[in-house]
Ligand binder design. Structure first.
Ligand code: GDP
Ligand code: GDP
Length: 479
């Protein structure tokens, strides 16, 4: 995080809450332990701790209101002081982080403060701290009683849940409403439909953290790859194991781009003995993939492609996420074996012909940093929007060269094409008989779009809609 002072005009994020809930721990987590230099800045109250931070390309200042005004001994004076302290910080702040101890649950003072905060008309993010692992998660649920959604369950001490909180802080600083989408995915409630709508708006607003899930069979080398990446790149939020040994996400930076590595390595520790390891691996992979933008399917090159790999690739395909297939342990195989692996991939994973193929070795480090660059490429494709004008110029040529086959003796007319969505890119085709669009013709169109617009590593979806002669657009929509 940053050390240089930021101008006072930089948005301020205030951390408020009772003593001992972990405000200063959170402050340190956000600001990397560096207080901003405040002595020379006029108008800054000296009894608060100010710091500077940045995430996803957005600078913000942080104020820790902890340790103030606590002459109080009795519960009632304490409540008043917390409130006063919170309100003072709130006057200056653009965004408020209201922190409670997620293990204690709600205290009466918390309710009172939350009530007041709700009325002030500034964005408030509700944070349940000290949720060090999944076992503590139910404790945070009490916050929902306040009618608050989402609640950010974090462990300031260990970094758990920080990436989602930071996403929300940055969104609030930018003036976007906090979105519950990621929180939902976190709960594993994602139904597999790509969450394109709520995030689409962010696409054009500069760099974003790229979320990567490393998935694959046990022993493929996922943890080794993560360790290698963490060892070589700048780590922003570390995954230092705490008292519990549950997996945490890791945030790293490579060449100015931030990546969140979603860890599935902890599954071994959580596995129930009677469940087959491989089955758990698939279930965990699914959960991780639903939280990611890009999935990296790690395959042990010496072992070859197995049935489980095909299952995991299949679930990535269904989720609509970008996919990289990484043959790890390259150091154990020679060029002939590699050639054979690539052939096997064509056959055994033929349903994801678009996946980006790469080789690496967590042991030697070869190809490991490139995984991040590949992920960035795939991510760019995953988010790419092609203008309607460009699409239709391409479409005219295609339809002329290779018209769709007849449907019950009727010619199929393709009127126009638009891109309805990103993440993944999804195209809507207006056609006289949508039911007559043959699967193989759809596949052909997908391939043509992929080649023409250089989409890499992302699935592409095509939807056919019936062309309505009367109410449909007479002319193509403007680009
Ligand atoms: P503040 O008074 O709100 O600023 O709270 P502190 O940051 O000083 O933290 C109070 C206590 O809670 C300290 O002993 C911290 O080590 C502990 N603490 C803070 N965050 C966490 C956390 O995420 N998990 C656990 N287990 N303890 C935490
Ligand atoms: P995970 O279960 O997918 O997280 O796999 P691990 O990272 O625990 O790796 C399983 C085993 O493979 C460990 O003994 C690693 O040392 C080894 N391993 C991982 N990557 C490589 C590699 O690139 N080359 C070689 N030779 N061994 C590797």
């Amino acid at each position: 995080m940053r050390r240089d002072p930021l101008p006072l005009s930089t948005p301020l994020v205030a951390i408020v809450g009772r003593p001992n809930v972990g405000k200063s721990t959170l402050f340190n987590r956000l600001c990397g332990g560096h207080d901003a230099i405040v002595e020379d800045q006029p108008g800054v109250t000296r009894d608060r701790r100010y710091g500077a931070s940045d995430f996803d390309g957005v600078d913000f200042r942080v104020v820790d209101t902890g340790g103030l005004d606590y002459q109080a001994a009795s519960a009632s004076t304490l409540a008043r002081d917390v409130l006063r302290q919170a309100m003072r910080a709130v006057e200056e702040a653009a965004v408020i982080l209201f922190v409670v101890d997620g293990r204690d649950g709600l205290m009466p003072q918390d309710r009172e403060v939350a009530e007041r905060l709700r009325k002030i008309g500034k964005p408030v993010l509700y944070v349940a701290n000290k949720i060090d692992g999944p076992r503590q998660e139910p404790a945070a649920a009490e916050l929902y009683e306040l009618g608050i959604d989402p609640v950010f369950a974090i462990s300031a001490a260990h970094g758990r849940g920080m990436a989602d909180l930071l996403d929300a802080v940055v969104a609030a600083v930018r003036g976007e409403a906090p979105d519950a989408g990621d929180a939902e995915a976190e709960e594993g409630q994602n139904d597999g439909t790509p969450d394109s709508d709520d995030k689409e708006e962010k696409d054009d607003t500069g760099p974003r953290v790229i979320r990567i899930a490393l998935v694959g069979r046990p022993n493929a080398g996922k943890s080794s790859l993560i360790n290698r990446l963490v060892g070589e790149e700048r780590m922003i939020v570390d995954s230092v194991p705490g008292t519990t040994r549950d997996p945490v996400d890791t945030l790293i930076e490579h060449r100015g781009q931030q990546y969140l590595l979603i860890d599935t390595a902890g599954i071994r520790r959580r596995a129930k003995v009677h469940e087959p390891m491989e089955k758990i691996a698939v279930a965990m992979a699914e959960k991780a993939v639903n939280r990611a933008d890009v999935a990296i399917l790690v395959i042990d090159a010496a072992e070859g492609i197995g049935e489980q790999d095909a299952r995991i690739a299949g679930l990535v395909q269904e989720s609509g996420r970008a996919l990289i297939i990484a043959f790890n342990k390259r150091d154990l195989i020679d060029a002939d074996v590699e050639r054979k692996l690539r052939e096997d991939k064509e056959r055994q994973l033929q349903f994801v012909p678009w996946a980006l193929l790469t080789t690496c070795s967590a042991q030697t480090g070869r190809g490991v940093a490139k995984l991040l660059e590949d992920a960035q490429r795939c991510y760019a494709s995953y988010n790419r929007r092609v203008s309607t004008g460009e699409l239709n110029r391409f479409f005219d040529g295609i339809v002329e060269r290779h018209p769709p086959p007849l449907f019950h003796g009727h010619p199929i007319r393709l009127y126009y094409i638009t891109q309805a969505q990103v993440r993944p890119p999804s195209f809507m085709i207006s056609v006289n008989y949508p039911q007559g669009m043959h699967f193989s013709y759809e596949r052909y169109l997908q391939n043509q779009i992929r080649e023409t617009f250089a989409f890499v590593g992302t699935p592409i979806r095509i939807m056919a809609r019936e062309h309505k002669k009367r109410i449909g657009p007479k002319r193509r929509p403007e680009t």
